[in-house]
Design a protein around this ligand. Structure first.
Ligand code: NAD
Length: 508
């Protein structure tokens, strides 16, 4: 991508506590609301990433031996700093991602909740103890850190997703190298600097900006013991296999195509307002966005369409930074190529025979003609096999699929390659329970459109939405970022001294 000579701001890396600018290769960062370049982000070379790994390796032994309570206190201080600097962080998110400020604040708040959970580290790391596992024998399990760990994150939650990863990794005693999305890297970098201000020693958390070269360097380096990834499914699959091939522990969260089932007995007004936010919030650029409604019965489909059309007509689309008149509901898409891709999906949906009820393709935002704005789109008669049904669009495009029964709706969801999130709108507890018991999806909402688990549960999809077994953040993060060590101990004493034993010891 072209370098804009008029823009001098460079976004570098954070290595060993210092900002490092290796600007041999850079990439422009755009303001999606204006289409203008706002900065250039350095794309780390192999040598720069190796320097970050070396710094993390150097910082590890002392940090591993720092008492968990002291590690946790850094998180408590970081939480305060994040709250104090929230407005600045949120502005950075909106300037590079495009989402509206209120939504950016929601993302940051969810990230802070992960920092808060990480501050319970001493409790989470207590381990398990069994006294008298045998005569005079005690046995216990410890959760020991892995060493240098790494995280690779997507553009759509530039502050929150990094906070899903490194706070838990470091309170468990690891050091960490973060590779944020090169499309909107500034908020993650600022937060890492705040972590240092909160007392995180240099090198415990390094940030390298970059692209495939940086990622591959992390995946191929034997000093990196574990990699957390969040992003699209093809890259998640690559990270999982490539990391595993190099002996790394990997969790790789991928893409999604989430369905909302609306039952005939549902509170339709509630389902409509829930679906407006779920489909169009953050311009549909959420892995838990809901781009498909599965309406059980034509009457439900028609009522949902009436309600949605009314609500869509009231939507305000414009720059995320606008605050007058209550601000906008939806900002621009993240980049020009992504805007073109989403628009092409709408064209394809029309060509494939779905009925386009609301067409956002012609939207122009006054004063922001070069911004990447696409208005909300609504399709009816979406069917399996169409690209707008099968593939993740990641834009403000909502489709309605018409079915006759709950079984038919569930079969559609269970047959889909993705299994990240889903929800059901109903007043029937039995139907809801049957749905949540039998649906092949990792996160399920019952009259809740975006069932994103809170920080003290864990987040993850099924099928091709997650490669690996442990989910992100919450209790699973303790397991992911530690190795179990089980110690069996006896102090021989005169009373229990035994002779040589040749049969396998057991609790007879
Ligand atoms: P992406 O896969 O393009 O990029 C994610 C990360 O991978 C970035 O840091 C990027 O630099 C790196 N990357 C990109 N191409 C690479 C390559 N060829 N080799 C090595 N590394 C590469 O994803 P994105 O567009 O930034 O984010 C959107 C995607 O993330 C969507 O598919 C969305 O569903 C998914 N996502 C999933 C979750 C989840 O929890 N399951 C959460 C958020 C986003």
């Amino acid at each position: 991508m072209q370098h804009d000579k008029n823009v001098t701001r460079t976004i570098g890396h954070l290595i060993d506590g210092q900002i490092v600018n290796d600007t041999a290769r850079t990439q422009p960062v755009f303001n999606p609301a204006t289409g203008q370049v706002s900065a250039h982000v350095a794309l780390a070379s192999v040598a720069t990433v190796e320097a970050a790994i070396a710094s993390a390796e150097k910082a590890y032994p002392a940090w591993r031996d720092t008492p968990p309570l002291k590690r946790a206190r850094v998180m408590s201080k970081l939480k305060v700093l994040l709250e104090q600097r929230a407005d600045e962080i949120v502005q950075l998110i909106t300037a590079e991602h495009g989402k509206v400020l209120g939504d950016a604040m929601g993302e940051l708040q969810r990230g802070i909740e992960n920092v808060e959970y990480a501050s319970y580290a001493p409790e989470l790391l207590k381990g398990e103890h069994s006294r008298n596992a045998g005569p005079g024998i005690d046995s216990w399990s410890e959760f020991q850190p892995l060493g240098v760990t790494a995280g690779i994150t997507p553009f759509n939650f530039p502050a929150m997703v990094p906070l899903w990863m490194w706070p838990m990794a470091v309170v468990c005693g690891n050091s960490f190298v973060l590779k944020p999305s090169e499309r909107d890297p500034s908020s993650a970098l600022l937060i890492a600097q705040l972590a240092q201000e909160a007392g995180l020693p240099p090198g415990v958390l390094n940030v390298v900006n970059g692209d495939k070269e940086a990622v591959d360097t992390l995946l191929h380096d034997p000093r990196v013991k574990a990699v957390s990834f969040v992003g699209s499914t093809p890259i998640a699959e690559y990270i999982y296999s490539e990391g595993a091939k190099h002996g790394q522990r990997v969790q790789a969260l991928g893409g999604a195509k989430n369905h909302a089932v609306v039952m005939p007995d549902a509170d339709i007004a509630n389902a409509v307002s829930a679906m407006m936010g779920a489909a169009y919030g953050s311009c549909g650029e959420r892995c838990m966005a809901v781009p498909l409604i599965v309406a059980v019965g034509d009457e439900v489909a028609d009522k949902m369409i009436d309600g949605l059309k009314t609500e869509i007509a009231k939507m305000k689309v414009g720059p995320g930074t606008q605050t007058d008149n209550g601000g906008n509901d939806m900002g621009p898409l993240v980049t020009k190529p992504h805007f073109e891709k989403v628009k092409a999906y709408v064209d394809a949906g029309v060509a494939e025979g779905a009925t386009l009820l609301v067409d956002g393709r012609g939207l122009k935002v006054k004063g922001h003609e070069d911004g990447y704005f696409l208005g909300p789109c609504l399709f009816d008669h979406v069917k399996p096999g169409m690209s707008i049904y099968q593939e993740e669009i990641f834009g403000p495009v909502l489709g309605i699929v018409r079915v006759k029964t709950l079984e038919e709706a569930m079969k559609l969801i269970n047959d889909h390659e993705y299994g990240n999130g889903t929800c059901i709108f109903t007043r029937d507890g039995e139907a809801a329970r049957y749905f949540s018991d039998h649906i092949l999806v990792g996160m399920v909402g019952i009259n809740v459109p975006l069932p994103v688990p809170v920080a003290y549960h864990s987040f993850g999809g099924w099928k091709r939405s997650l490669f690996g077994d442990l989910h992100a953040y919450g209790p699973d993060a303790v397991r992911f970022y530690t190795k179990r060590k089980t110690i069996t101990q006896r102090w021989p004493s005169a009373g229990v001294r035994e002779g040589a034993m040749f049969s396998f010891p057991s609790s007879r």
